[in-house]
Design a protein around this ligand. Structure first.
Ligand SMILES: Nc1nc2c(ncn2[C@@H]2O[C@H](COP(=O)(O)OP(=O)(O)OP(=O)(O)O)[C@@H](O)[C@H]2O)c(=O)[nH]1
Length: 377
């Protein structure tokens, strides 16, 4: 599971966003600017799936069905074949961009980089970039679940078409975005005019920035509604991931449901009066241990968590200080699939601490917190 080869892997940016938001505009910008990099672009017409519900599976999709019948690990067979073809030509390009169709669920695309061993060895998911239409996103969040998922999945969100809305409308839509995903970097753009280094080659999903947001601060920012949803535990107990699922990856797992929302709008950009909203079904949880964790406790916990609760986690990420290990353990996951490795060393002036964030549904924050804290070294 601990593989320290990340840096030599080709970075892959998954570009998503609802119909007409501006994905092609961004892609054209990336391809026409003189950045000196060579990108291979995969424009995905694969996914007319996920339109009605996530169980509608296209012919090109390979599904790992778990013992209990849960189908949450899905891999795009056609995407794998394309990626493998590209990898054989390694050296001819520096990075890969996958543009997904506006209606696609980003999960199967993101999971491909973790589940398929061959692809996972050579490519790493660099970031999920979502283009959002400032004028229409709020409406789509009400009627299009995939629009909400695309926001929840994002590491970077381009809030595009700012020319079409007023400042107040912009604050409103950004507040809605923050309610769903407080961790993504939100950049306001017209015609996707963004410095490309803000979207490409982010490495580890900008994890340092995400995890630098203090959980307590996030909580404090979220008011005007109460967070205490009750939420039910579904007690599933499914997946059989791990060694038997055929994914051949390390799924870390963990378990627990949780929930709890922070909707809070802030981030590193403070656009003044962002409104705080509460999203009914998307939640986030941030956890921190002010020191080391014991990998002998953490690994089994996280693996179990993935198996029992992974279906609730759209994205989860973490940076851990493992006792006795000079390097940082960094992981990211999509549902029950996790990928992690030891990366750079902790710097002398850096405090060793361990953090995790979860974005998903029905998250049981107290249980997650308790489980994580029990991993302290
Ligand atoms: N006013 C305005 N129009 C924009 C902006 N960005 C893109 N557009 C226009 O919006 C339309 C859709 O942009 P695309 O880049 O094709 O969007 P897309 O997400 O690739 O669309 P699909 O492929 O249909 O999912 C085009 O006519 C763009 O010129 C913007 O910032 N402001």
């Amino acid at each position: 599971m601990l593989d320290a080869q990340t840096s030599s892997k080709t970075p892959v940016t998954v570009l998503t966003g609802y119909l007409g938001a501006g994905k092609t505009t961004l892609l054209n910008r990336i391809l026409s600017e003189p950045h000196g990099k060579r990108y291979a672009v995969i424009v995905n017409e694969f996914g007319e799936i996920g339109i009605d519900n996530e169980l509608v599976v296209g012919a090109d999709e390979e599904v790992f069905e778990m013992n209990n019948g849960c189908i949450c690990c899905t891999v795009r067979g056609d995407l794998i074949r394309i990626l493998e073809g590209l990898m054989k030509r390694k050296g001819k390009f520096d990075a890969i961009i996958v543009e997904t169709t506006g209606l696609a669920d980003p999960a199967p695309v993101a999971q491909t980089f973790f589940i398929d061993e061959e692809v996972g060895r050579k490519a790493r998911l660099d970031a999920v970039v979502t283009v959002a239409d400032a004028k229409w996103l709020s409406e789509r969040l009400k009627d299009a679940p995939e629009a909400k998922n695309q926001i929840a999945f994002a590491d970077v969100i381009l809030l595009n078409k700012v020319d079409l809305v007023t400042g107040d409308e912009l604050d409103e839509v950004e507040g809605r975005i923050r309610a769903i995903n407080p961790y993504a970097r939100v950049i306001r753009t017209t015609k996707c005019d963004v410095p490309l280094d803000a979207v490409l080659d982010k490495g580890a999903f900008d994890l340092d920035r995400i995890l630098a947001l203090e959980p307590a601060f996030l909580e404090a920012e979220s008011h005007d509604h109460d967070h205490a949803h009750g939420h039910d535990h579904h007690g599933h107990d499914h997946h059989e991931h791990g060694p038997d699922c055929g994914c051949g990856h390390d799924h870390a797992a963990g378990e627990d449901h949780g929930h709890e929302h922070h909707d809070h709008g802030h981030g590193e950009h403070s656009h003044g009066g962002l409104k705080h909203y509460h999203d009914e079904d998307m939640q986030s949880v941030a956890l921190e241990i002010p020191g080391d964790v014991d990998p002998a406790k953490f690994m089994p916990w996280v693996n179990d968590l993935a198996q029992t609760e992974g279906q609730h986690f759209l994205r989860w990420k973490g940076i851990l200080a493992f006792k006795g290990e000079p390097r940082r353990f960094v992981f990211q996951g999509v549902h029950m699939i996790l990928d992690g490795d030891l990366q750079r060393e902790w710097k002398p002036d850096e405090t060793r601490r361990s953090k995790m964030v979860f974005i998903g549904k029905e998250l049981d924050e107290p249980k997650l917190r308790q489980g994580f804290e029990a991993c302290a070294a």
